[in-house]
Design a binder for this molecule. Structure first.
Ligand code: SF4
Length: 370
C-alpha cells in the first residue's frame, strides 16, 4: 500500500506518493532552462548582429517565435541594439495633418473614409498651415499632408506650397495622397515636397480597390522624380499570414524605401474589417523587429504606428503625431478631445521612455535630405 504525504508547493497543497521521488527542479536549474534560446534563432540573430542580410525563410522562422519566450526577447534585444547603434540613440517624430474627411472612392475596407458617408469636412489652407507650424514649433522632424483619394490635386499643391513657405526650408514635407503619375510627381517636387508616404497595403486589391501594380508604379514615379519613399508594412491584422507580412517587408527593401516598419490595423467601428479585431502590441513589436532586420542599415529610420512602447523597444525609432481627419478615427479631428491622434510631445515622451534621444539633430536632418 502506498503512503502519501502532504507537500506545500507555491501555496498549494499536494498529496503525493511517498515512494515516488518528488522532482522539483532547483531554482538555478529552472532559471537556466527557461533562458535557453533555440539554436537556429540564435544563429539568425548572431548573423544579423554581425550585419548579414537575413533571408526570407529566416524571416519566416523569426515570425514563428512565441510571444513572451526567450527567443522573442533576444530578437527584441538585437533589433533594438542595432537601431540604437545605427542612429546613436536618436528617435524621430513625424507629424501628419489630415486635410479632408470625406467618402473616398478607393473604398479600403479598413479605413473610416472607405465607407459611404454624408459627412464632409475640409480644413482651410490657413488652418493646415497653422497646424503644420504648430507641429514644427512642437519639434516635429517631418510634416505630412494627407488627403482622401478624391481630393483635387491642384488644390493640394496650392496648400502644400503654402505650408512649404511657412515652415523651415529644411523641414521634410511629405505627400500622403492618391496614386499619381510622373508629371504629378514632378509637380510635387516643384512645390517643395521632399518625400511621399506610399505603401502597398496588405491584401491590396482585395481589401482595397487599387491594384498593387498601381501602388508600385506610383512609388517608382515618385522615386524617379527625386521624392523619398516612406513605407510601412500595414495595416496588420490577425487575419494576415506570416507569408503575406514578410512579402511586404521584402518589397519595401526591393523598392529602396527611405524607411519601413509596421503598423497594426485599427478596428475602426463601422468598417468591414472591424470583425477581425486587432493584433496585440507584443505581436506588432515582433513584426517591427523582424522588419528592422530585413531593412538592415539601408534606411534612415524604422517606424511603428500607432505609437507604442513595445515596438520602440524592439527596433523602431520613429512614430507619428496626428491632427485633423485620420483614416483610423471616427472622430473628425483626431487631435481633439476623444480622438486617437497623439501630439508631438506625447510621441517624444514615448521615445524618451524607450530610451531614445529626441530633438532635431544635424545628423537627423541629413538623413532625410541626402
Ligand atoms: S486608406 Fe486612403 S485610399 Fe483607402 S479609403 Fe482611406 S483615404 Fe481612401
Amino acid at each position: 500500500m502506498s503512503r502519501t504525504r502532504t507537500v506545500y508547493l507555491y501555496g498549494s497543497v499536494f498529496l503525493i506518493r511517498a515512494d515516488l521521488e518528488l522532482r522539483i527542479p532547483k531554482f538555478s536549474e529552472r532559471k537556466s532552462s527557461s533562458l535557453q534560446i533555440n539554436d537556429d534563432i540564435y544563429e539568425i540573430l548572431r548573423r544579423s548582429l554581425a550585419g548579414y542580410q537575413i533571408s526570407r525563410s529566416e524571416c519566416l522562422r523569426l515570425m514563428e517565435i512565441e510571444n513572451g519566450s526567450p527567443d522573442m526577447y533576444h530578437l527584441f534585444f538585437v533589433a533594438n541594439r542595432l537601431t540604437h547603434e545605427k542612429f546613436n540613440g536618436s528617435g524621430e517624430v513625424h507629424a501628419q495633418v489630415g486635410i479632408d474627411f470625406a467618402s473616398c472612392p478607393r473604398k479600403c475596407l479598413f479605413c473610416v473614409f472607405g465607407s459611404a458617408s454624408s459627412e464632409h469636412l475640409e480644413l482651410s489652407k490657413e488652418e493646415v498651415v497653422s497646424r503644420a507650424k504648430l507641429f514644427e514649433e512642437g519639434g516635429a522632424d517631418a510634416i505630412y499632408l494627407m488627403t482622401t483619394a478624391g481630393f483635387d490635386f491642384d488644390r493640394y499643391l496650392d496648400i502644400g506650397g503654402a505650408v512649404r513657405e511657412a515652415v523651415s526650408p529644411r523641414m521634410p514635407l511629405v505627400a500622403n495622397i492618391d496614386d499619381f503619375g510622373p508629371s504629378e510627381a514632378q509637380e510635387l517636387v516643384d512645390e517643395g515636397f521632399t518625400a511621399t508616404y506610399h505603401v502597398v497595403r496588405l491584401r491590396e486589391g482585395r481589401d482595397t480597390e487599387i491594384k498593387p501594380e498601381t501602388r508600385i508604379a506610383t512609388i517608382k514615379n515618385a522615386s524617379r522624380a527625386g521624392l523619398k519613399i516612406f513605407f510601412c508594412v500595414e495595416p496588420v491584422g490577425p487575419e494576415h499570414t506570416s507569408e503575406e507580412i514578410v512579402d511586404l517587408m521584402f518589397l519595401g527593401r526591393e523598392l529602396g524605401v527611405a524607411f519601413s516598419g509596421a503598423m497594426r490595423r485599427t478596428s475602426v467601428p463601422g468598417t468591414p474589417l472591424q470583425r477581425y479585431g486587432e493584433i496585440r502590441w507584443i505581436e506588432l513589436a515582433k513584426i517591427v523587429a523582424v522588419t528592422r532586420l530585413v531593412m538592415g542599415d539601408s534606411v534612415a529610420a524604422h517606424c511603428t504606428h500607432e505609437p507604442n512602447l513595445p515596438s520602440l523597444m524592439a527596433g523602431a525609432n520613429l512614430v507619428w503625431a496626428e491632427t485633423g481627419p485620420n483614416p483610423r478615427d471616427i472622430c473628425p479631428d483626431t487631435s481633439r478631445r476623444g480622438g486617437r491622434g497623439l501630439t508631438v510631445q506625447e510621441c517624444k515622451s514615448l521615445l524618451w521612455e524607450a530610451g531614445f534621444k529626441t530633438g532635431r539633430s544635424q545628423d537627423l536632418q541629413h538623413r532625410h535630405q541626402e
